[in-house]
Design a protein around this ligand. Sequence first.
Ligand code: WTA
Length: 712
Amino acid sequence: MSKKGDKEAEEFEPDKGSEAQIAVHWREEGYFFPSAKFIGQANANDPSILERFSEKNYPECFKEYADLLTWDKYWHTTLDTSNAPFWKWFVGGRLNASYNCVDRHLKTDRNKAAIIWVPELEEQDTEVITYQELYCRVNEFAALLKGFCGVETGDVATFHLPMVPDLPVAMLACARLGVIHSQVFGGFSGSACGGRIADSKSKILVTIDGYYRNGELQDHKVKADEAVARALEDGVVVEKVLVFRRNPGEYASKSPMVEGRDFFVDEIMPEYKGKLVDPVSMPAEAPLFIMYSSGTTGKPKGCQHSTGGYLSYVTGTSKYYQDIHPNDTYWCAADIGWITGHSYIVYGPLALGTTTVMYEGIPTYPDAGRMWRIAERLGVTQFHTAPTTIRTLRKVGPNEPAKYNYHFKHMTTVGEPIEPDVWRWYHEVVGKGEAVIVDTWWQTENGGFLGSTLPALNAMKPGSCGPAVIGIFPEILDENGDVVEAGSGHAGNICIRNPWPGIFQTIWGDPDRFVKTYYEKYNKDPKSTDWHDWPYFANDGAMQAKDGYYRILGRVDDVINVSGHRLGTKELESAALMVEEVAEAAAVPVVDELRGHAVEMYIAVKPGVDPNVDVAAKVTKMIESEIGKIARPKNVWIVADMPKTRSGKIMRRVIASISNFTDVGDITTLANPDVVTDIKHYVESEKVAAGELPRDLSSAELQSILNFGSEE
Ligand code: WTA
């Protein structure tokens, strides 16, 4: 790229050449450049890094990431492909993730803040946990897990925790013991948590009595009871439920503590105070954690991440892409219950020995200035969030950032495509024109970033994540497996040609599904042990512009991205079908001003259902209790019949178009084309009456709807 140490961001003429070839009227945005000040201090400001990670140096280039860690035993083989596509990284090596994130920093940084935790209530004190304090807490909790719960290396422990410091402590305590943690997003329902407990066969559940959300103390422990009951339905017995208390000495839940099963951590902790537990030296290939994510069909997939490969990858990408230095105050405002929080709140920043900020609550509590007050007070240097939050903050307080005296050097957007207009507000207003932005594209399965600009070396282009990150070699393939010409601006399925250390190892307990979902589509030879034959199918549509930058168009499978969170249509539909009146259910995405997409449900009821029953309300309630409030549908439409193919498959694409006021396309092949007109009339008039008016969708939004729905 052209390096320009300018003070102000500068826009370039859009690239007319490629624009003409793009099927859906893309407008190529102009470039923005990092400041000289940023470039001067950046970890990656020497272009030789691009050469070091070029394909000819693959896979050995990743030694550079692994060398950021402290190994008990050095590995002998960087990449072993003998059991493709179950890649093994840094084979022969041994290390401990907790040692790498905590112990090794004690010598020089004992009393530096490791975690700064900001409670939601402003009147409560911010908690600063130094590396020494973190070391003590991690050891004590590890001692408790081992001594009181009897967990052993290789066991799984499930957490259902909100954004409290006990969460990273518990993760690192497991890592210390070689126990695999499985954190379930705190906002998920008890039932959703229970399903994940059952799938992972974990005997321990770590939870909390309550936490603050929008100023109110939520009863969280009640979900533990539901989770345990749900796991039992699948034959998995949770032996112990450990309950932290949000406010010491109080109990925020109405749910009774079950004798012999439920224990307050503060009551059993005294026995383990001051105890130390040696970090267990784990093989690089030992699983570090499981993170559940929604997929095309059926139940959520437990993405199993490794210790050595994963930790190397998040540490390397945190250093070069998050530009983390030891003296930064880095704030990733994601939830640790998602992969972003695992990689870029906990493991990456702590492995690099920096200060990582955690915030308990919602961004707008108690007012639109909250985030910026936190940034000012803590002197935050990097800020990391999702487009949905940026949109919300812009809506509620477009001029708030200017009122606070903070200065970010670097900002991240992640989780869904960001509209160029929103990107510009982020840059100009939140970043005060000073901060460089990285738009990082990746997935739960990937461990760390796949697409992003290198902040000091590549220009930024709003709406594009940028080139692939170093050591990642993508290609866009069409449905036949043919390569879409690089830089042609034509859309296709983005794939990664090569394995990388952060890639998940398998789907927990379901290796066949792993191969089928991610590799079968484009595999050239199922017996091959050559990685070139195994492109990783990301399930995202993308196009590459002439400058090599990728624009991610959204999921090509039946996953709805709500506020950057993946919800499977199958999970939503199964929940709806649990309502006794429901005969058929279909979930579709609808473009939403703040959340990116929201869910709409279409329901056909069984014959003879009492018209007085509010089926829509029952469906909403069931979805909330089966999945969680984040999945709450924006609308539930009760229809006489679903548009179907002649073989009886529901045409989700057609109803998605109706929900979004877009053209339903060719429906002549349907078994019942007439219902389309009826549904369209009904839904559109209801929407208009409710003030939900049609608006012009951007090409990215339109594409996300057109892409939607394998038809079944
Ligand atoms: C989408 C989150 C556009 C994408 C880390 C992907 C994005 C899914 C971006 C993964 C981005 C993530 N631009 N789309 N910068 N980042 N996505 O597993 O569709 O929760 O497949 O991981 O989010 O979501 P997940």
